[in-house]
Design a binder for this molecule. Sequence first.
Ligand code: GLC
Length: 709
Amino acid sequence: MYQDQNAPLDLRVADLLGKMTLEEKIQQLNQQAFGLNLNANNQGQTLHDVAPDIGSLIFLNDDPVERNSIQRRAMEESRLGIPILFGFDTIHGMRTVYPIPLAQACSWNPALVTQAAAMAARETKLTGIDWTFSPMIDVARDPRWGRIAESYGEDPYTVSVFGVATVQGYQGVELTESSGVAACLKHFAGYGASEGGRDYRATDISAQALWETYLPPFESGVKAGAATLMSGFNDISGVPASANRYLLTEVLKKCWAHAGFVVSDWNSIEQLVAQGVAKDRKEAGLKAFEAGVEMDMVDRIYADHLQELLDEGKLSMDSINDAVARVLRVKFRLGLFERPYTPIVPVSERYLRPDDRRIAAQLAEESMVLLKNDGGVLPISPAVKSLAVIGPMVKDQENLLGCWSGNAKAEDVETLFDGLTREFGGGADLIYARGCDFDGDDDSGFAEAVAAAAHADVVVLCLGEKKSWSGENASRSTIALPGIQEKLAGCLRQVGKPLVLVLSNGRPLELRRLAPLADAILEIWQPGIAGGTPMAGILSGRVNPSGRLAISFPVVTGQIPIYVGMRSSARPNDGNYQDIPGEPLYPFGHGLSYAFFHYGRAILSQDKVGMDEKVTVQVPVTNTGSVEGQETVFWYISDPVCSISRPMKELKYFEKKSIKPGETVVFTFEIAPLRDLSYCDSTGKRLLEAGDFHVRVKDQQVSFELSGC
Ligand code: GLC
């Protein structure tokens, strides 16, 4: 029966479960790593010989033929022929690497993100991987935390939209589609609140904050059908995520009825000992299993201790059966019993297809944010005859990939220099000087850089971060760039030529000293393999920048946390630091265009609405500029009086549209009270209270009354 693909899924699971021995069941809950482990943070054994009945492998090599040979042993040597589930961290591309997730959110183009994820799923599948440990949907509000690069930013609604878009790209409409891979929502939950932005540290999250900020993206992802979740490293107000029954069972399984499974993070079960909630590995395994972690990532604790715990009556056979059923359900949903082997296609057809590169370039283009453009320095005029192209990022390849760059190869990356040469090389001379390294104190290259600037019409200064300065275990005490880079900018400013600053980084940066030195600033993030041409196209004006910030840029590190959706100070004109402005240097939603968008008056369909009715608000936006541009309209809700203090404004909808010169486009937000006006209390219950509400769009605010009936 379980091998009959036309039989109902749950019958197949029950039939197979009924045939399995306890040892075979426990093996399904065991995941080991196989292959060359290059992740310095994840030390530990990697297998070189695999037991054919193991449940899952993290496949760290990239040869589908090798993967199929392992799978063949599972299908032919194991007693019941249960396929192995191969997993890997495809975070923003496998070999065709596109922008880091923080950049993707700045595109405000979920449909494009879905396309990119689908492309990544295909490359992943053809590498031999059935399951990616992505999307990472931790709301992140502390840029000192290196993993902010992997997130979709500070706003729960934004993170929800892009998390769902990515799940849909990975899994397709139905998970059994041949090119789809299973998604994994991570890190459940609250990992982004790591104390002081230091990775692996405790998080102190109130029940209200959990439901209001950190859980919404996971609830959306579960409702979108994400097959799995990964439990986090972090301790949540004293209860580690990987031993948190409230989260993993009460919320995920009972409240949200998730039918898939939870895998622990690397070593996060054994780490329960270090976190002080288990005296040894065996107790750690009991705590994690009882909480609701079904699969053990590389600790071998379930393999070593579940039988013992069962024999001691500390676990029930029902709980083991339920865990195994969840793992089998995902394997059946993936079609692994019918299609256990990866189709082998030549590498040239597997990776880096022209269409895939095009998607990567378009997403890079739409994620870049023009932060500053004083005096219309950009776009660079075609009359310009020479460009000084300076900085450590100009000819760099590896660092443009960003963290978690899959199986990318640096040689696949288009450099900024190559992009600029293609864009400007026909009409202008490019004078290159590295100027300095990313850090250190060697300024011996400054003279050459200053000389290049002196001979050029315009200076393009490309600065930023190494890829290793963000990602896992890459927290930094300051979000400013190293002094040597700021010093180089200062020297170039003295030359007096128009200075365009291009930044490639994995987090918001402290630009308090750098920003005044530049006439224009283009944030290109870590664009992946195809950032050079999009960046150059924006500098030349061939591309009109359309990125808007999905993460606030604080004035200085000391201003952290500052983010959209903060609550009001008790004294609204106070509650800030004495020595810096009260606002971020560049706020959430900020981004310039070469077009000019004039917002007409926002109009409400009515000024009173019942709880089960809808109210529509519209705003006409006119492009008064001379070039076409894409504008993203952000719709916020404010609830000035409520039983609890609510954020000053909450993003509830956004829409990005192209507008031609002189054209007026009407943007519409249809408000559904329960979805858009309600709030979660500390138990996760959604509450809707009558009263006045404000809708905020750009610099306007319109109000309406929600009546009690
Ligand atoms: C890492 C990360 C997690 C990743 C896992 C497997 O430690 O925390 O995001 O998916 O291990 O590589």
